[in-house]
Design a protein around this ligand. Structure first.
Ligand code: NDP
Length: 464
């Protein structure tokens, strides 16, 4: 006698070579790559195709950042001869256009899956056993392998009342700019929205418990970013332990340290957690890490044979391109016999603050610990465009070099266009470029990026 719930079998009798749970960046990339290898693939998604990045993360965030950046550039346009008086921002217009664009992108994701031959199922997936995924509890998909790519969601537990604050999902759906915005936390999401909302007209206050925002980034660049955000009018409240959040009517009160602060809206940006609830992982015996993420080895294998996990649900490095790379490596291994892994050590990243902070390789502290003696090259300047307009925002560059081998260990850049510049430079750093290689490179003039190949003088030496 069976104790399993009654299920209807998927009409296609042969089991799927791969059933992917989650239609975000990692899941979609894995499913399409597997199908390209000739595998029979199903993908189950309960919400919208595209996941956090496309629907409620990177993409709409960047569209919002562009809206804010136009505002900043309008302010700089006067000295260039433009009269832009009377320019107004209308959040409802942005919101309507953003929705159309996200719908368009979701349609592209859907068509890409269809054209790849991936069968998409809409509903809640649970793993009944290592060979069966249930959709909405009653439709069974037979699976030779299962890939969990369910991403993460905003934490709502840091302090009492924090569930009354907006998350990044909610702030992207606003139709009007709050006059006073409190931001809780000082990671990627907190600082990006602090910058954006300040650029769109909010008075922004950021609360965090460390001495500087962006824990984990290079210390001196954190100082420079804090200075830049402060100069733009954002209030940074470091050493502020959060105590509570309480919403009454149209206002929200944040209790932090010994003081209370009243806002029209509050953004909870106190981190994200892996989406594992309701998947049936405990019964299956899939091990989780202390942070609740699915424990995987370098090949994205879980503790259960034929069950794999990639992306934010593994909390290795919660970045879209990393999830995609992990998924593609896994699927290549499964269907072509390779044994590839993803190097998480040289991943370039950017926080889309204004100005953005972009980085590839090691921080000074991490480089010192791993390599000992270092040469540090630093420069800070007002770019031509800013200086002409009488602006004050500086661009800062820091290059960290292993003194023994001349190898470039890390590059950090705070300034407009730094995400684009770091992306290109990441190729050289990943290939093991030396400082001499940078020196031998002829500059493109006049650009901001040329400063990276014109750093002749050592700014500081860090002894072993
Ligand atoms: P982060 O981990 O970057 O930041 C979380 C912030 O919340 C930190 O400042 C942390 O402080 C604070 N925090 C956590 N718990 C508490 C608490 N109990 N009380 C007070 N403060 C608290 O998470 P995000 O949610 O900003 O981003 C999640 C991930 O998404 C990032 O790690 C990143 O990988 C990815 N992401 C990437 C982006 C990009 O590439 N541009 C953009 C957005 C997200 P503390 O430092 O003191 O722990």
């Amino acid at each position: 006698m069976t104790t399993s719930p009654a299920v209807s079998l998927d009409p296609v009798n042969a089991p799927y070579d791969l059933v992917v749970i989650g239609g975000g960046s990692g899941g979609v990339a894995s499913a399409r790559r597997a199908a390209a290898h000739g595998a029979k693939v199903a993908l189950v998604e309960r919400d919208r195709l595209g996941g956090t990045c496309v629907i409620r993360g990177c993409v709409p965030k960047k569209l919002m950042m562009y809206a804010a950046k136009f505002g900043r550039e309008l302010a700089e346009a006067g000295p260039y001869g433009w009269d832009v008086s009377g320019a107004q921002f209308n959040m409802a217009t942005w919101q309507a256009n953003k929705r159309v664009e996200i719908d368009r992108l979701e349609g592209i994701y859907s068509r890409m899956l269809e054209n790849s031959g991936v069968t998409v199922f809409r509903g809640n997936a649970t793993v009944r056993d290592a060979q069966t995924v249930l959709v909405d509890g009653d439709h069974a998909l037979a699976a030779k392998r299962i890939l969990i790519a369910t991403g993460g969601r905003a934490n709502r537990h840091a302090v009492p009342g924090i569930e009354q604050a907006m998350t990044s999902d909610d702030i992207l759906d606003l139709y009007a700019i709050p006059k006073r915005l409190g931001v809780l936390g000082a990671g990627y999401i907190a600082l990006e929205f602090a910058s954006i909302m300040q650029g769109l007209g909010s008075e922004v206050t950021v609360f965090y418990r460390d001495h500087l925002p962006l824990r984990g980034f290079d210390e001196s660049m954190r100082v420079k970013l804090a200075e830049a955000l402060t100069a733009q009018g954002i209030t940074l409240m470091g050493h502020s332990a959060l105590r509570s959040v309480a919403r009454t009517g149209d206002t929200t009160v944040v209790c932090a340290g010994d003081a209370t602060h009243t806002f029209d809206a509050v953004l909870n940006a106190t981190g994200r957690s892996p989406n594992v609830a309701g998947l049936g992982l405990e019964a299956l015996g899939v091990d989780l890490n202390a942070d609740g993420a699915i424990a995987v080895n370098a090949w994205s294998e879980t503790s259960v044979a034929n069950v794999y996990a990639v992306g934010d649900v593994t909390n290795r490095m919660a970045l879209t391109p990393v999830a995609i790379a992990e998924g593609r490596a896994l699927v290549d291994n499964l269907f072509t016999g390779t044994r590839r892994t993803v190097d998480h050590g040289s991943v370039a990243t950017a926080t889309f603050t204004m100005p953005p902070l972009s980085t590839v390789g090691l921080t000074e502290a991490a480089a010192h610990e791993a390599f000992g003696a270092l040469r540090i090259y630093e420069t800070e300047f007002r770019p031509m465009k800013v200086a002409f307009a009488g602006g004050i925002t500086k661009t800062a560059i820091k290059v960290i070099v292993d003194d023994a081998t001349d190898r470039v260990l890390g590059v950090h850049m705070l300034g407009d266009d730094s995400p684009e510049i770091i992306q290109a430079l990441a190729v050289a750093v990943t290939m093991g470029a030396t400082k001499d290689d940078l020196d031998k490179t002829i500059a493109v003039h006049p650009t901001t990026a040329e400063e990276l190949v014109l750093l002749r003088e050592v700014s500081r030496r860090v002894p072993a």
